[in-house]
Ligand binder design. Structure first.
Ligand code: FAD
Length: 503
């Protein structure tokens, strides 16, 4: 009997999604892939993201050859009907979004296979979470549990080097007097005929008014095939991992990538498996090719943060999307929606917006402390901020955006995920980057012509949420600082008058 067709979503592109061992589909199962135009019509995505995802899907289809039926349709439902008829008796690996899971759940005869592409299964997480009741599930405790369970970077029962957490070594400001970190640049792909075909399609659809995008597209910067993804991983571990840790939180205007891995896009497309990424990094440490702080920092990001965020997405449930503990309702201004970096005078925000406009990527500190912090200080609607990040970042998917933006960046869950809101005045940005030197604003100025919008915005934010933040032991001291500000009325007046004007 011919096995049932297996449906591959566009973020399930690595070989492990078709591996019959560990709960994958039958080795002989025909494969169905669906390019649904409605997905692109629903949201105004970054063009580089649309290009990357379609390129990766079409490359995978080309590799699978006769085994795959590749359908271009308006919706998934139509595509599935075209591919397998009305009975839709297919198998599919657990999708990564609730919307897709609900959809496949409505299909008659569908069999949902276990999720792949993560190190910790749903049942194992549930068991861990069951043992850690309380207001918050702590990343640190989850991460240590993953390390022990996977015997990852362990010396017997102890963490390698005797310490679980090397964050303290990984928060250095950028090296003074240097424009770049001076490490070997990231791996870069060469485009091929499939990339050209996708670009032509995007041009045509845009021209026909069918879809519209934000940001600039090309040349492609992220892997679109398994082979490319492995090259990118190898390149990172060999040339860039050794410096990953030390400057992980630093920003340099002329070196946006610094020593970051740029692996989130291939990981989230399913081209790389997280376990192989961390195992390679640990091998580099054991071989003496990378220091412990860098390797621990990288393992923490992937085996800790990435896994934790994936499970919180399912654990918190659908209503998490609507959380708005701080009652922030302001709409996103047009200059932010349109990635109009040139309209902005604050050098940090302008530089980072330009990075997003040109590449659809920035590392975690610009996301958290420049973009997210601006949104938080100005009281923008967290659901709209989440949607913006989802659309504008090449690695943005529902599961990873929701906890990172609603919880981590906008504190809209009231502290379920983090112990305090992540925002700061210009002093933090000044210390951790070279962005303030050439800026028209001064990080030390709260008021006046050269007031830094982050410094003023920080105090205005503390003032607006004074009662809540005074009751939190991690922010209580900062709130007390408000009482020492003689120019608070002037500062509040100026921030209120600023409205939608770009900072
Ligand atoms: P590196 O710094 O090299 O880190 C290695 C890997 O760790 C990343 O590739 C990623 O897979 C993983 N990782 C690290 N932190 C996280 C995290 N918080 N959540 C999930 N994975 C993590 N990451 C996404 O993959 N997609 C997103 O849409 C996304 N949105 C974010 C939004 C905000 C507001 C913030 C603060 C963070 C977000 N992140 C997101 C996490 C992180 O910023 C990116 O994973 C990282 O910047 C990607 O670049 P990199 O691959 O060079 O990462």
């Amino acid at each position: 009997m011919t096995p049932r067709p297996h449906w591959l979503f566009g973020d399930q592109l690595g070989p492990h999604f078709l591996d019959p061992r560990h709960g994958g589909p039958d080795a002989q199962a025909p494969v169905v892939m669906i390019e649904a135009r409605a997905v692109l019509r629903r949201r105004r995505f970054h063009r580089a993201k649309a290009h990357l995802v379609l390129s990766a899907m079409r490359h995978r289809a080309a590799e699978l050859g006769d085994r795959v039926t590749y359908v271009r349709a308006e919706t998934y439902a139509e595509g599935l009907e075209q591919a397998v008829g009305r009975t839709s008796r297919v198998t599919v690996c657990h999708p990564t979004s609730r919307r897709a899971l609900d959809f496949v759940g409505t299909l008659e005869g569908v069999e949902i296979l276990p999720a792949k592409g993560f190190m910790v299964g749903h049942d194992d997480f549930a068991e861990w979470a069951g043992r850690h009741t309380g207001p918050r599930l702590r990343l640190e405790s989850f991460y240590r549990w993953v390390r022990e369970r996977h015997d990852l970077l362990m010396d017997g029962e102890d963490p390698a080097g005797g310490r679980w957490n090397l964050d303290h070594d990984n928060r250095e400001p950028p090296p003074r007097g240097q424009d770049t970190l001076g490490v070997r640049g990231p791996w870069q792909p060469s485009e091929d005929a499939i990339d050209d075909e996708v670009r032509n399609d995007l041009d045509r659809w845009e021209h026909d008014g069918d879809v519209s995008f934000v940001g600039r597209d090309g040349p492609r910067r992220f892997p679109a095939t398994r082979r490319e993804a492995l090259s990118a991983l190898r390149h990172f571990v060999t040339h860039r991992l050794p410096d990953f840790g030390r400057y992980e939180d630093a920003m340099l205007a002329a070196d946006p990538v610094m020593s970051h891995s740029l692996l989130s896009a291939p990981l989230n497309l399913g081209l790389l498996d997280p376990a192989e990424c961390v195992e390679r990094a640990v091998r580099a440490y054991r071989a003496g090719d990378a220091p412990l702080n860098s390797v621990e920092g990288f393992v923490r990001q992937i085996a800790g943060w990435r896994e934790y965020v994936w499970h919180l997405y399912w654990h918190f449930g659908e209503e998490y999307r609507q959380r708005n503990a701080l009652r922030h309702t302001a709409p996103l201004p047009d200059w932010f929606l349109g990635l109009d970096a040139d309209a902005v005078t604050a050098n940090c925000l302008s530089t980072v917006l330009a990075q997003v406009r040109d590449t659809g990527w920035t590392h975690h500190i610009p996301r958290l402390m420049v973009l997210g912090s601006r949104a938080l200080q100005d009281g923008w609607d967290p659901a709209a901020v989440t949607d913006w990040f989802h659309r504008c970042f090449v690695d943005g998917y529902d599961w990873v955006m929701l906890p990172n933006v609603v919880g981590m960046s906008q504190y809209a869950d009231g502290g379920l995920m983090t112990t305090k809101p992540y925002t700061s005045g210009g002093a933090y940005i000044h210390r951790m980057s070279d962005l303030c030197g050439p800026c028209a604003h001064r990080p030390s100025d709260r008021t006046g012509d050269r007031a830094c919008p982050y410094t003023a915005g920080y105090w205005a934010f503390l003032h607006r949420h004074r009662a809540r933040l005074a009751a939190n032991h991690r922010t209580a001291r900062a709130v007390k600082g408000l009482d020492r500000l003689k120019d608070l009325p002037e500062l509040l007046d100026a921030t209120a008058r600023r409205g939608d004007t770009p900072p």
